[in-house]
Design a protein around this ligand. Sequence first.
Ligand code: SAH
Ligand code: SF4
Length: 341
Amino acid sequence: MSDIDALELTLNDWYILFADWKEQKFRANQICQWIYAKKTFNYHDMSNLSKDLRTRLSENVLMTLPILIRQQNSKDGTKKFLWQLNDGSRIESVLLNHGGHKTACISSQAGCPLGCIFCETGANGYRRNLTRGEILGQFLLMEKMNGDDINNIVFMGMGEPLLNEDAVFSSIRSLNDKNMRNLGARHITISTSGIVPGIEDLADFEIPIRLSVSLHASNDELRNKLMPINRTYSLQRLIDSLRRYRDRTGERITFEYALIDRVNDSAEYAYEIAALLDGLEPYINLIPFNAIPSHPELKRSEPSRVKDFCRALDELKIQFELRKEKGSDISAACGQLAGSL
Ligand code: SAH
Ligand code: SF4
C-alpha cells in the first residue's frame, strides 16, 4: 500500500496520477464525483469504473477519514461531532440548522496556538495544523450523515485558519471546484483573529469567499488583554490590511464581537468601533458570550447592557445583528469547542 491518500489529492494531483497510470483524465473526474458529490468512500462501490481500476485504487490510494467518536444533538437542532484523527488528535465540528439551512462549522487546527482568554479552544493548547484531507473529511462525513447537501461552510471551529493557509486554501479550492463539491464561493467563510499576512493572501485568493474578523475589542489596550495576537498585529495594522482587502476585492467584511459583561460591553466602545471601522461598511455580529470552564469569571452581558450597546450602534448607523446562541447545551457554541488533544 502506498501512502497516497484520496482526500489529500487535488483534482490536478488525480490527473497526474491517472496520466501516470495511463488512465483517461475523465476517470479522475468520475472519482471526484463519487467522493465529493456522492460521498461514496469505498472504491468498490464506484460502479462506473472498471473492476481493474477499482482494485488498483483500493490497493494504491488510501481513503483515510476522521473517525467519529461521539455525536451530540442539541435541543435547537445543532449537532456536534467529535472526531479522532490518524495520530490520535481529537477535533470537533458543528452542524448548525437555521430554518432548514445547514451550516458546517469546521476545524482547521487541532487546538489553537493563539490563546484568546475568552475561548476554550485556546485554553486547551495547540497540537498541529490539520491537513487538507482532515479539513475536507469533517465536511464530507457530516454531509453524508446529514443526507441532504449542507449549504454553507464556515472555518469557525477549532484553530486559526490563516495560520494553516495552504491546507485551508487547498480544501476551499476542492469544495468550490465544479468537478468536486461545487460549493459556491459565497457559501464559504473564513473567520480570523486578525492574521495580517493571511488577510493579504486572501485578498489575492482567486475564489471570492467571505471574510469574518473576530474583533471583540475596539482599542489595543483591551484587545491585547483579550487576544494576545493583537500584540503582533495591532488594530491599526489589522484595519489597514482590511482596507486593502476591501479595495482589492470589493467585499464587505463581517466582524464578530462577543459581548462580555463589563469587559467590552460598555456603550462607549460602540463609538470606538464606529471610528475604527469608519469607511469599511462593516457588518457586526454581536455574539452572546458563551461561558467557558477555564475563565469562570467571564460572564455574558446583562440584557440591559446589550440593549444599550445595540442602541449606540443603531445611532451610529452601524449595521449589526444580535445573534442567538446555538448549541450551548452541548458546548457546541462559539468558543466552546475543545476536542481533546
Ligand atoms: N480562530 C478563528 C476561527 C475560530 S472562530 C477566529 O478566532 O476567528 C470562533 C469564533 O468564536 C470567533 O469569532 C471567536 O472570537 C468566537 N469566540 C471564541 N470564544 C467565544 C466565547 N466564549 N463566546 C462567544 N464567542 C467566542
Ligand atoms: Fe484561537 Fe480563534 Fe479561539 Fe482565539 S478565538 S483562541 S484565535 S480559535
